[in-house]
Ligand binder design. Structure first.
Ligand SMILES: CC(C)(COP(=O)(O)OP(=O)(O)OC[C@H]1O[C@@H](n2cnc3c(N)ncnc32)[C@H](O)[C@@H]1OP(=O)(O)O)[C@@H](O)C(=O)NCCC(=O)NCCS
Length: 297
């Protein structure tokens, strides 16, 4: 299975993040491929320690191809499922079409099977590429409705900034202690993506509700209030969130199953070019689900 890298005089490396030069080479590959700078994670405590990168490097140390797995335990229908996320899949243009990615996918999926992960999860704009490996698309639904009639005012709320060290520390602590935002389908433990997604999207508001020891991630436009995620020791009801944020929207969109919000919305198709795909024995709920945008990877 070493075939492709060897055939082209490349070196295959696995689990290489402890080598700063190799990590920098991956940062460059992802910057060149997707235009995002993942080295910003150094500010938030570094890459996910559970990351297992699989990469090809040329003689000069350039990372020509990569695909990474990481641990992302999920709560699904009330049970914690040992799940692996797959991300950072990229091959430099001059190296494409040679089977490098096929090799890396085989290695990454084989490794996750050996590790006993029950479920593999990925997000992609190329679902056909992953179907031969057993991945199937899970349609995503957001939950839409009128806000609760009553607005509860409880405790205090203050805005957080990912430019402030104290706020980053608070968010990291809350993420470590979080209760999954939904018992139907939600990340049980994984901090890095929440921070990275909050950083990359300047429209995301992050507000701390002290009574619930919870960080609420939200957005709004002229027509609706969008609840993206809640990282908290306890999950506040929607009425308390709107009260604390002093919002009176005409319509609310919740971007995860709202079973813990003391509110019900109508599932609506979530329009996106990116497919959520899963593979493995752990069943995904038959009912409507959405992976919080703060967990996207
Ligand atoms: C997509 C990408 C990683 C493929 O890398 P690659 O090394 O050229 O892929 P390979 O040559 O190993 O091909 C692997 C398989 O995927 C298929 N494939 C490649 N590109 C594909 C695409 N755009 N859509 C669907 N299938 C594709 C190939 O046909 C091949 O199938 P086979 O094993 O049945 O022959 C590379 O084109 C890339 O970096 N693109 C930009 C970033 C990107 O889209 N990353 C994936 C994010 S989910």
């Amino acid at each position: 299975m070493t075939a492709a890298a060897n055939r082209y005089g490349l070196t295959f490396r696995q689990d290489y993040f402890s080598d700063p030069a190799a990590w920098a080479a991956l940062v460059a590959l992802l910057e060149d491929t997707f235009g995002i700078d993942v080295s910003i994670q150094d500010r938030f405590g570094g890459p996910d320690p559970s990351s297992m990168p699989f990469g090809c490097f040329d003689e000069g140390g350039v990372c020509t191809a990569n695909f990474s797995a990481f641990s992302m335990p999920m709560t699904i229908d009330g049970r914690v499922v040992k799940a692996a996320g797959f991300q950072s899949g990229a091959v430099r243009p001059q190296w494409r079409g040679k089977g490098l990615y096929r090799d890396l996918m085989n290695r990454a999926f084989g490794w996750s099977d050996e590790q006993g992960f029950e479920l593999g999860i990925l997000l992609t704009d190329k679902p056909a590429m992953y179907e031969p490996y057993g991945f199937t698309v899970v349609p995503q639904r957001k939950f839409v409705g009128a806000p609760p009639l009553e607005r509860r005012l409880a405790g205090t709320a203050h805005g957080l900034s990912l430019d402030t060290a104290a706020d980053i520390a608070l968010i990291r602590r809350v993420l470590r202690e979080r209760t999954p935002v939904s018992s139907v389908f939600a990340v049980a433990a994984q901090a890095e993506m929440f921070l990275l997604n909050g950083f990359f999207d300047p429209d995301v508001g992050l507000t701390y509700l002290d009574q619930f020891q919870a960080v609420v991630a939200w957005k709004e436009d002229e027509t609706s209030f969008q609840l993206l995620d809640i990282a908290g020791k306890t999950i506040p009801p929607l009425s308390a969130i709107l009260g604390a944020l002093d919002r009176r929207p005409g319509r609310v969109e919740v971007c995860f199953p709202p079973d813990r919000l003391d509110w019900q919305g109508t599932p609506e198709t979530f329009e996106t070019d990116i497919s959520l795909m899963v593979r493995g024995s752990a069943a995904v709920p038959a009912g409507p689900v959405m992976l919080s945008p703060m967990a996207e990877f």
